[in-house]
Design a protein around this ligand. Sequence first.
Ligand code: GLC
Ligand code: CA
Length: 557
Amino acid sequence: MSVPVDHETVISATDALWWRQAVVYQIYPRSFADSNADGIGDFAGIVSRAPYLAALGIDAVWLNPFYPSDLADGGYDVIDHRDVDARIGTLADFDALVEVLHAHGIRLLIDIVPNHTSDHHRWFREALDAPPGSSARARYLFRDGTGTDGAQPPTDWRSLFGGSTWQQVPDGQWYLHTFAVEQPDLNWANDEVRDDFLTTLRFWADRGVDGFRVDAAHMLAKDLSDPLPSQDELDLMPRDGNHPLLDRDELQQIYAEWRAVFNAYDPPRTAVAEAAVHASRVPRYASPQTLGQSFFFDLQLADYDPASFHRIIDECLRVAVTSGSSVTWVLNNHDTIRHTSRYGTPFPGYGPDGEPVRKHGGDWLMAGGDPVLLDAARGSRRARAATMLLLALPGSAYLYQGEELGLHEVAELPDAVRQDPSFLRNRAVEVGRDGCRVPLPWTRTGPSFGFGAGGAHLPQPLWFGHYAVEAQQDDPSSTLALYRRALSLRRTLQGAESLQWLPTGRDDVLSFSRPGGWRVVSNFGARPCPLPDGEVLLTSNPLSDHLPGETTVWLRQ
Ligand code: GLC
Ligand code: CA
């Protein structure tokens, strides 16, 4: 394995558009690699695996939150936005990580969590110690309650993790938390809050970070003026920029301020918004004047179905063009059942709003994944085919750690070990997101399959050994080999950001070409279909003289 080490030759310091077609690999730091046997992944662990990341062929890493945190929500409850959790490392370890990744030609994006802080953030402790109406409380969203003595919450709004969105403090006031109780929402109308985040962005950009993933980017701005609507009224309100809680127009101004910070660097720092908004509003986040890119989750939410894929691809490409952006394709992340398991279970169907029916009623459990119904071989076959389709699309591709190993969702976690607040607060309807966050298997055997020399903070099932890096790295038919080959070919094939659909004569087969003679055929059906002429570059599944079902092939024509 040869690894480039000269930063200047592998990362062009002046390439301001590197992100447009980049492959970004998402690392959930606590579950990637553990260097000191405490069962928690850390920066030194990531550093030790930098050659693995380079050999995989990615362009950038996105790190989930690594900040000091009580882990009430996997690190999204941030105690200090400008420090590192001692269990993960130190600021010096962070600097070393940046240096090592850059030396391997890999850029680094970090997660910024601006909608809320931890309830142990210095600001929230000050807010609790200060009286109602104080400037310390004005950094958050405190209100008086309703009913006799204000004993009832201000509204009946539901938190995204279940239960009320309001929590009462000892003096009787209530604070808003869109997510867990431990995640009080910040007040983005407050100048101190806005300024502090600009300081945070500069802090990390100065340390060499190449870009930012912006958590819950469509939620920061809120209008809590009276009269407050009920949850039912809220659900019916249009998302036209005036909804009290979501996708408000003034966010564009906030992100324009962020853009000014990004553009003060050379090359400008990049950003990608996690914003669940209507397609027509994506440009507000993804324009060159704001964050530059916004995640497109549509494929992740869709069934393994050619008509859906075709429609979504067209729609996303169209929206990205109107934003001056490029699409960010995603099939997996730390919030969703792995695609190997989604595609191996019956699709739960779409509801009247066009969104997939959440099987367990919750917001986070998408599109199937029921372990009892799982056809693992089918799920894996379809997942490989879908990944090869995704990696051939114009735009950037986000991969989530472990998908290159073909890992399935770990559905068999006992309730007692689960950590996710969406399970703990809402267990009647959700199993939560821990099943895709189990520490990676690196070796076939060993105390934590090579994750570290000790245990793993979420238990790994026995079958993880079969999926270990060690079990796959020398096997040309492995999923790891497929990802490596696909990423390396993609570098050579990738050209202009355009795609042309080609007729296939079959509803269950999609085909398109990219400039330069790169042709992709994806057979979603069960029946084989004829292979077009051309040199076969890569296939997700062995070929006969035909293209088998649930298989994608790349050809040069
Ligand atoms: C985002 C994150 C998710 C987290 C939530 C609250 O959606 O992806 O993991 O729980 O924000 O910060
Ligand atoms: Ca550790």
